[in-house]
Design a protein around this ligand. Structure first.
Ligand code: AHM
Ligand code: MG
Length: 338
């Protein structure tokens, strides 16, 4: 009989890989796991409770905030604030960083960037949504965390992960030593290791992009989409198109079955729509650890300089060969600004 390994057991086991670690990162990951379970509970009863629908506010990106966004944001901020490991949080829902201001967190080592509920347009329609997080070691020495603590390249992430609230709830994370996935077993209330050492296929046959924006795409993307749709037996084209509209769900599916997710620049979003700090970088870290690639069409996401908290980026992410081919079309037909 195989023995179930819970997220908590796995985290403690992995801590032994870092002999000088004091366990702060482990506790941070555990706190995120607990908040995720609470958010999952609310997502699951979204249709029942009066928590469904708009909260009637706009977030800092000028998008409608759904009630569950607010709930998830509050849960994660609370979870990250109590443990004393995190000194500041950057959230998609808050214009400025949230300084964790208590006695325990003054000398906390880490800052956390988070998209508490990604894919919010899917909440009202019972389609998968997710949480994305990214953990950095602070660069300031002590005292309250600062905005500059977040202005680090993605290569500096010490851990990153996402939670997908889908047909089951899963947490997938990396600390730079591979990617592991845990599925929530509701009967025991624990995330259990279900997808050890995840690897994404190098080449696959699925592309994910909002084709409704086609006329506004850069030429390189237009040509790549046409390439995906052409008939060619040797490369199993045409490819399938799958687009959920929650990048966690699209990237998660592509991580498992292979594929590419693209959110390029568009007329409406000339710098791309996704935010690098809590969408691009964590997903890029995970996908690279799983053997895939992530770029903005030209450059590696993890090497980008961060100058703003809510900085946007185009994103080409997924199976290595597919990202390479898409980028070769960008190089041939588009310029960095187009
Ligand atoms: P959000 O964080 O406000 O939910 O926005 C990010 C989401 C991604 O999850 C998703 O892939 C994309 O926006 C969908 O955008 P669009 O509706 O323009 O295709
Ligand atoms: Mg988001």
């Amino acid at each position: 009989m195989s023995r179930v390994k819970t997220l908590g057991q796995f985290i403690i086991e992995k801590q032994a890989d870092f002999p000088y670690s004091k366990g702060e990162l482990s506790r941070l990951l555990r706190d995120i796991g607990i908040a995720a379970k609470i958010v999952n509970r609310e997502v699951n009863k979204a249709g029942l409770a009066d928590i469904l629908g708009d909260a009637g506010e706009m977030n800092v990106q000028g998008e409608n905030v759904k009630k569950l966004d607010v709930f998830a944001n509050n849960q994660f901020i609370a979870a990250l604030s109590v443990g004393g490991e995190c000194c500041a949080i950057a959230s998609e829902e808050n214009e400025d960083i949230i300084i964790v201001n208590n006695e325990m967190s003054k000398n906390a080592k880490y800052v956390v960037a988070i998209d508490p509920l990604d894919g919010s347009s899917n909440i009202d329609v019972n389609v998968s949504v997710g949480t994305i997080f990214s953990i950095y070691r602070r660069t300031s020495l002590s005292g309250p965390g600062t905005q500059e603590d977040f202005f680090q390249r993605g290569t500096e992430q010490v851990a990153a992960g996402y939670v997908i609230y889908g047909s089951s709830c899963m947490m997938v994370y990396t600390t730079g030593r591979g990617v592991n996935g845990f599925t929530l077993d509701p009967s025991i209330g624990e995330f259990c290791l279900s997808h050890p050492n995840m690897q994404t296929p190098k080449i696959a046959h699925t592309y994910s992009i909002n084709e409704g924006n086609y006329v506004h795409f850069p030429d390189g993307v237009k040509k790549y989409i046409k390439y995906c749709q052409e008939e060619d037996d040797s490369t199993s084209r045409p490819y399938s198109s799958r687009y959920i509209g929650s990048c966690v769900a699209d990237v998660h599916r592509n991580l498992i079955t292979g594929g590419i997710y693209i959110y390029p620049t568009t007329f409406k979003s000339p710098k791309g729509k996704l935010r690098i700090l809590y969408e691009g970088n964590p997903l890029a870290f995970i996908i690279e650890q799983a053997g895939g690639k992530a770029t903005d069409g030209f450059h590696r996401i993890l090497d980008m300089d961060i100058k703003e908290l809510h900085q946007r980026t185009p994103l080409f992410i997924g199976s290595a060969d597919m990202v390479d081919i898409a980028c070769s079309y960008m190089l041939k037909y588009s310029t960095v600004d187009a």
